[in-house]
Each structure stands twice: as C-alpha cells, then as structure tokens.
Design a protein around this ligand. Structure first.
Ligand code: DGL
Length: 278
C-alpha cells in the first residue's frame, strides 16, 4: 500500500507532473516503468549528479541532500514525489513526509513486498549500497511482513561506479559480481532484492552469477504501480490522449547524463538542464 504522508490532504492540480529524484541516473529505471504504465503523465526528474554517490555518505548528508532535491521538484510544480533512491528512501523518507505537503513514495516497501511474494524457501537476499544496508530498512520491511524470513544483506559499493561508467557488460563487472554475490549463493537465497536503483542495469550479470532459479526483485515496476494506485485513490490522474513530457534536471554534467538517459530510456527528452545552485 502506498503510504500518504499525514499532511498530504491537499490535492495538487492533476496536470502537475510526477516528480522523481535520485542521486544520479539510477532512478531512470523508475522513470522507464512510469512512462510504460502512465504514458500520459508528465515527469520531472532530478538527478543530483554533483553529489552522487549517496550510498557512501552519512545519514545527515543524505537527509540534507534529499530535502534539497524535494525542494527542486516542488519548485517545478509536481503533484507527488517518488524517492527513486534506496539510500534516500532508507534515511530521509520519514523526514520528507513530515516536511512536505504532497504524497511521497519510496522504494523500500514495494521491493520488500515483491520479494515476499516471490520467495518459496523464505531465504531472501538484499544487495544495496553501504548506507542502505547499514540502515537495516530492508530487513525491517521484510520482517514486518513475515517474521520468519531469513534475510542476508550484502553491500556492493563498486556496482554504482561501474554502472555510471557504462561498464555493465564488461568482464571486470562480472568478476566483481562473482565476489559480492558469493555469500548469497552460499545462503541459497531464492529471491534477491536489487536494493539500489542502479542495479537493474546489472541484471544480466547478476542473474548469470546467481543462476536462473533466483528471482531478481527490481522494485521499479512495483513503485510505478504504487504511483498509479496513489493517483487513482486521490483522483489525481492527468488522463490525456497526448504523451506526457519528460523534463530532466541535474546538478552537474548534463551532456553525459543526456547521452546515457537517451539510450537507456529510448524516448524523447523534452528538456534537460543543469541547476547550478540547489
Ligand atoms: N541511487 C542510489 C541508491 O539507490 C545509488 C547510488 C548512490 O550511491 O548514490 O541507493
């Protein structure tokens, strides 16, 4: 169930965009699913490329950055915010829900719910940034649904730079995955949560190491479904025959972001700009 923050009784105009933020480009995995599911909605994406990665930062910094990001999106007229970053969702979701008067959706609960649906042997793996693993939020979310599941979490800090470098298909990435995922194979997990928005871009290599029997849980699709449900509940869908616009803002290096975003999303990007000041 999508959780609406307690103050969000006010319904913004339905032609406002869906706001999505991430520390960098990983949140585009959520944007891709949103475009598939809600093609008429406008989307405003903010990638904090000047301060990526968040996964190695302190909780105080992650909270501060997340508040800045939410403010950027609100200044662009959004009707809700999707926190498409596991590190931010782990530490800042509650703060954002307290602070801002629009619905805010994170990525942890949707991923946990899906993993519980998929596991048969009740052994679930979580791979994420160090910040997300240290927060213990996935373990908490999973145990809240089913106390009897065994959860093994592994931080994979090298995965983000490998993705940002565009090295998803290189041998070095497969070697790194082999080392990180060893414990999860030993623990015989049958569902593995990709607890970082960058990791769906490594699905092929992760699946090769884990084997086909292990279900990879990509929360992006689940998040998109929660967004749809939430907008329907609040009667806040745009409902237009026209395709929605996609506007992207970053805090640094818009050109390289544009290149990767275009090839990953495979759709028109209506605007991409760099915000120098947050
Ligand atoms: N997007 C971040 C997350 O999902 C990963 C990248 C980072 O460390 O900032 O945690």
């Amino acid at each position: 169930m999508a959780v609406v923050n307690k103050q969000s009784k006010k319904i913004p105009p339905s032609n406002y965009a869906i706001g999505v933020f991430d520390s960098g480009l990983g949140g585009l995995t959520v944007v891709k699913e949103l475009i598939k599911l809600l093609p008429d909605e406008d989307i405003v994406y903010f990638g904090d490329t000047a301060r990526v990665p968040y996964g190695t930062k302190s909780s105080e910094s992650i909270i501060r950055f997340s508040i800045d990001n939410a403010n950027v999106l609100i200044s662009k007229k959004v009707k809700m915010i999707v926190v498409a970053c596991n590190s931010s969702s782990s530490y800042a979701l509650e703060v954002l829900k307290e602070k801002f008067d629009i619905p805010i959706v994170g990525v942890i609960d949707p991923g946990a719910q899906k993993a519980i649906r998929l596991t048969k042997n009740k052994k679930i793996g979580v791979i994420a940034t160090s910040a997300t693993v240290d927060s213990g939020k996935y373990v908490e979310a999973l145990k809240n649904i089913d106390k009897s599941v065994k959860v093994t979490s592994v931080a994979c800090p090298l995965f983000v730079p490998l993705v940002e470098e565009g090295w998803s298909n290189k041998k070095i990435t497969a070697d790194v995955a082999g080392i990180y995922l060893k414990l999860l194979k030993k623990e015989n997990v049958d569902a593995l949560i990709l607890g970082c928005t960058h990791y769906p871009l490594l699905k092929t290599v992760i699946s090769k190491v884990m084997g086909r029997k292990v279900a990879l849980v990509d929360s992006a699709r689940e998040v998109a479904h929660q967004v749809e449900k939430l907008l329907d509940q609040r009667k806040n869908r745009k409902r237009s025959k026209q395709k929605g616009a996609l506007r992207i803002f970053v805090s640094d290096k818009p050109q390289s972001f544009m290149r990767i975003a275009k090839s990953f999303l495979g759709c028109k990007i209506d605007e991409i700009s760099c915000l120098k000041k947050l």
